[in-house]
Design a protein around this ligand. Sequence first.
Ligand code: HEC
Length: 127
Amino acid sequence: MGGTARIMGRALIACIAAASVVSACAPEPLATDPIARGRQVYHQMNCGSCHDPDLLGRRVGPPLDHIGTVAATRRPGMSAEDYIRQSILDPGAFVVPGYPDVMPRDLGRDLSPTDLDALVAYLASLK
Ligand code: HEC
């Protein structure tokens, strides 16, 4: 009885390990839903290396958890979507107070229009 449970437990662990290896190796198909696709682009482009907290909770850039709301307040007359788009294409146009002007200038260059729109839609959805 105990032996069977142990063996089944091992098989389960092996399965979980195999499943996570497969999903880590297989390229994730690009989502068609803009917000889901934007989330993928955000991860593929490693935006989180500066915008998500590291193991010690530090970040290089401002948190983007509520950027959909924050963005609408940054520049008078500019919509959240326009501000986010500008932040990606021309990061020096407005530098968030208290942060260094270090966001890479070339991030938008290699993005297809579809992926840029998706990235903007994803960030704007983070209210
Ligand atoms: C090398 C670090 C770094 C990387 C990589 C980076 N950023 Fe930034 N980002 C910053 C910093 C620092 C700021 C704040 C200074 C400024 O406004 O430029 C910022 C500002 C922003 C803002 C404005 C935030 C606000 O509160 O107004 C947005 C939006 C943004 N980044 C999106 C992105 C996206 C999307 C990516 C990936 C495509 C990305 N960033 C990659 C460092 C980075």
